[in-house]
Design a binder for this molecule. Structure first.
Ligand SMILES: [Zn+2]
Length: 224
């Protein structure tokens, strides 16, 4: 198979580097669909050759594929940010500066303590209320210390909310675990009940035997 490459600018997909599942699709043949593609691809690819250009499956929404991953003849490419976004995400998560590297080594608890500690020492700048509007944005003439203070305050609230959420999740997990343990112990109880029932039956059987034996003995004694 000849090397195919996606015609979308910024998309580096080729038949050699593509992950499994990514497919290449030719352009539509009908004039109506070609017009639609032309509008959408106007600034998205440098060359559009209806007979040769291929677009990779990353640019089509899932709804355009059938269960066999065949592209509908009415499909139009609409997703163009993906590749750029993935690259951006990757660069976001990989630490770049020395501070980023140091921060990535800190534990969650250390980071939270650091932020909380810093917040408790941060003094509220003067006239905060005059500079911060009801939508929690700073007025354009707000001094930088007010802007930074507001940002820190927002982050502090965000952290508090996230910690709350985590502790609620933990509680949910605890409740679930407790229920699981209860189910387990009631199962054990049931098993114990079955055991004691078995024991009673055994005793009854023994008693029954004894009775039979007694009758036997009695009959034997009587027939003498
Ligand atoms: Zn592509």
């Amino acid at each position: 198979m000849a090397n195919m490459r996606c015609a979308i600018t910024n998309c580096k997909m080729t038949s050699y580097n593509k992950p499994p599942g990514v497919t290449f699709h030719p352009c539509p043949t009908s004039q109506e669909m070609r017009n639609k593609w032309l509008l959408l691809l106007k600034n998205k690819c440098t060359l559009l050759d209806w007979n040769r250009t291929k677009i990779c499956s990353r640019h089509f929404e899932n709804k355009y594929f059938d269960s066999q991953r065949r592209l509908s003849q009415y499909a139009v490419p609409t997703l163009f940010q993906q590749t750029v976004k993935i690259m951006k995400d990757a660069s976001d998560s990989s630490p770049k500066t020395r501070i980023d590297k140091l921060l990535s080594r800190q534990s969650q608890a250390e980071l939270i303590m650091g932020v909380k500690g810093a917040m408790s020492q941060l003094e509220e700048p003067e006239n905060v209320n005059a500079y911060v509007m009801d939508n929690l944005k700073c007025r354009s003439d707000a001094p930088q210390d007010v802007q930074m203070w507001l940002l820190a305050k927002k982050q502090d609230h965000l952290i508090t909310k996230l910690i709350d959420q985590i502790s609620q999740h933990k509680k949910h997990v605890e409740v679930l675990q407790k229920k699981m343990n209860e189910t387990r112990s009631s199962k054990k109880e049931m098993e114990q009940n079955v055991e004691s029932l078995k024991y009673i039956v055994k005793c009854l059987q023994e008693k029954h035997t004894t009775l039979e034996e007694q009758i036997e003995i009695l009959t034997a004694v009587e027939s003498r």
